[in-house]
Design a protein around this ligand. Structure first.
Ligand code: ZN
Length: 480
């Protein structure tokens, strides 16, 4: 039985899909104004692991992920949506390009990085600017039903009309009051500091907004109701249009709990009158050297930077498998080295077994253990532990390979292909590699350090083999 930790209620729950065998899954995607750092990519990868786990467990998953290509203001994540600049427009100014070209550019980068990390394509990639009509429709319904009101600056959601507003966050709105609503366009007609914007009129600080649309809403300050939707209504619209009124799973980073997802619930449920999401999943953040990632400290690494340092994207993927999505993970270069070595050892081991492969049957016992790990709130680190148990188990090599290739449907490490390549390579080069390793051993035995080092270099350069000296001999692995 699959158990999932639901942020709504903050407890482990038995997972029951709305429709037997099928799952609707919405994942908040990137705002495409900059190259996503590895912390963002970890969030995407955690979503991928959950989706792959669900497929492995036999569900048919409809996975929707969005691109936010307008309207995500710099104040949004801290609950101060009135203030701040549109991230897309900030980037447009920075790079002297139009917001549309900025979007194209960073969508392409994001798609490249997700592909490199072997993150599966979502069923639907929803781009916010394609859903403007639906957003306007939703805002209209919210006004008609008395959940929203119009001022000269914006259309707001009236949170006093929505009873369960703080259910997801557990926030104390009284306490949070002080920090809300400050900034350039403080609107005297806003009723409650926590009311959030559904539609910004193109006035005040947004007077020169580059991306705007006409609307049926009226402000004395603009013609044709010109403006743009708020960030939260984007996700609600894309989710409801692509997945229906109630979703099985909605996922995002923990920073979205108190504002973004709270607001999504309010708008969506006010419109549909139905429960918006059954299971809310939130992933924790990636730290660097034990601290929050920061551009100013140069720790906001991108995947490109990781690759330029000589790591493969799948080394990074392996690293991400080692921590549960609800745990913080600490990135250090040592940790990445450790992941790279473990991944290489694994591939080399599988490759050598494949050299004499015979089809074997899957051992039920380990598969059961593996499934139990997935069913325990998608415990990927534990599942990875089961894989290593299999590596060391007293089983036929063919049986181990069958199990591990099967497990890799979720891990996504490309193990079958990697092992096949290594096995082909070893068929041709094993003899020579082993001869060199032995020769080097002999030199080392006679303190011929220089010659030994020379051979180590040849092994690295010519054969892509890395060696590690241990008490009882030398271990070698192929760097593929
Ligand atoms: Zn979202």
């Amino acid at each position: 039985m699959l158990k999932v930790f639901n942020t709504l209620g903050r407890k482990l729950e038995e997972f029951e899909p709305l429709n037997k065998g099928k799952i609707s899954f919405y994942h908040c995607g990137p705002t495409v104004y900059w190259t996503q750092h590895i912390g963002n990519m970890r969030g995407m990868l955690m979503g991928d692991l959950i989706r792959r786990s669900l497929s492995y467990l036999g569900y048919e998953v409809r996975h929707v992920r969005n691109y936010t290509d307008f309207g995500h203001l710099t104040g949004d994540n801290i609950g101060d949506a009135d203030t701040g600049e549109d991230r897309m427009e900030k980037a447009a100014k920075r790079e002297n390009l139009t917001p549309q070209i900025i979007a194209e550019k960073y969508i392409a980068e994001f798609d490249r990085d997700t592909k490199l990390l072997n993150i599966l394509e979502p069923t639907v990639k929803a781009r916010a600017t394609d859903y403007i009509d639906g957003m306007i429709e939703m805002v209209k319904l919210l006004i008609d039903r008395g959940f929203a009101y119009v001022t000269s600056k914006a259309v707001y959601f009236d949170i006093s009309r929505f009873k369960n507003y703080t259910d997801l966050s557990g926030r104390d709105l009284e306490k949070d009051k002080a920090g809300a609503g400050i900034g350039d366009i403080t609107d005297p007609d806003k009723k409650n500091p926590a009311d959030f914007v559904l539609w910004f009129f193109r006035t005040g600080v947004h007077k020169n907004a580059l991306q705007y649309w006409s609307s049926p809403f009226t402000s004395p300050e603009v013609k044709n109701g010109e403006g743009f939707p708020g960030w939260h209504i984007e996700c609600s619209t894309m989710a409801l249009q692509n997945l229906g009124e109630t979703l099985d799973i909605h996922m995002g980073g923990v920073e979205h709990i108190s504002i973004h997802h709270t607001n999504e619930i309010a708008q969506s449920e006010a419109v549909t009158g139905k429960k918006y999401v059954k299971h809310w999943l939130h992933n924790e953040h990636l730290l660097v050297n034990g601290k929050k990632m920061a551009k100013s400290e140069g720790t906001s690494y991108t995947l490109k930077q990781i690759i330029e340092k000589g790591y493969s994207p799948l080394d990074m993927r392996y690293l991400f498998l080692q921590a549960h999505y609800r745990s913080k993970q600490n990135f250090t270069w040592e940790a990445l080295d450790g992941a790279r070595i473990a991944y290489q050892k694994l591939k080399t081991q599988l490759g050598s077994w494949l050299e004499n492969f015979k089809e074997g049957k899957v051992e039920v016992e380990y598969r059961k253990k593996y499934i139990e790990a997935l069913e325990d709130d998608f415990n990927i680190p534990r599942a990875l532990g089961v894989l290593w148990e299999v590596v060391k188990a007293d089983l036929l090599e063919s049986a181990k390979l069958a199990l591990i290739f099967d497990f890799d449907k979720v891990f996504g490490l490309g193990l079958k292909e990697e092992a096949e390549n290594i096995s082909e390579f070893l068929k041709k080069n094993r003899k020579e590699i082993e001869r060199l390793v032995d020769e080097r051993e002999k030199y080392r035995g006679n303190k011929g350090w220089e010659e030994a080092d020379q051979i180590r270099k040849v092994l690295g350069k010519k054969y892509h083999v890395e060696i590690e000296d241990q008490k009882d001999g030398t271990e070698w692995r192929v760097i593929a």
